[in-house]
Design a protein around this ligand. Sequence first.
Ligand SMILES: [Zn+2]
Length: 298
Amino acid sequence: MIPYVRDLDFEYGRADQVSPLIRRVIARNPGPFTYLGTGTYIIGHGEVAVIDPGPALAEHLDAILAAVAGERVTAILLTHHHSDHSPLAGPLKARTRAPVYGCPLAAPVADDPSAVRMEADHDQAFAPDFELCAGGRIAGPDWTLEAIPTPGHTSNHISYALEEENALFTGDHIMGWSTTIIAPPDGDMTAYMASLERVRAGGYATLWPTHGPPVRDVAPFLDAYVAHRLERQAQILRALETAPARIPDLVPQLYADVDPRLHPAAARSMLAAMIDLVRRGLVRTEGDPGPASEYRLG
Ligand SMILES: [Zn+2]
């Protein structure tokens, strides 16, 4: 079982000092994919960085600007291009003149062909001024942030390490309240598992997801997070031992314990797992693995 962390004392729009160098303001966009809402992090004092300004909500922009009144925003950092993370980057840049950092998409992401309603709406205006796809370091007077590429949830996902606190802002890569949606074609399970290992190897003391409270017991949490994915793969392989099957038949069976509203998203995650299993030769299918393909053991 993943030792989820879900308790959080907060008010929408209030800036809370959550560590010596970190403040957090939560946007009023709760939902099945965003939990309580988007947590925007403000790093440092006086000259500050803002990580994931959040969704296009005027009251959230006002809350961020109120939190940094009398200070200067010197960097706006984006973990990825989803509409609950990046759309306020443009308006915040217009008000602060701070440059925007992140990893642009290599190619535009087409709308989901299966028309599944995901948190993963794509922010089509996503256009960082500076590219961190291969990493990079940004610093202020009392903080240093290193970009750690963590593709998987999206192809362009970046986590940010705060060196002074041995902490990592994990965006949607690792969330304390939930597992992460991996939705192909932009989401990729093979990359995701490699990115989990990268975080595990980093030895961080605290993980700060964009949604929900921090993960402070990092090693056991990551062990369980990885084990959960491996168990999902094992479940698929066990189910296919009986007979070939399609994803729409497997999801209700393997995700019986999951909110049915999330089953369409679970089907996308299962597709991501199938693509990974096909790449590794453990599962076979005719042609490219797709949402309606029939799968059998390899
Ligand atoms: Zn996302």
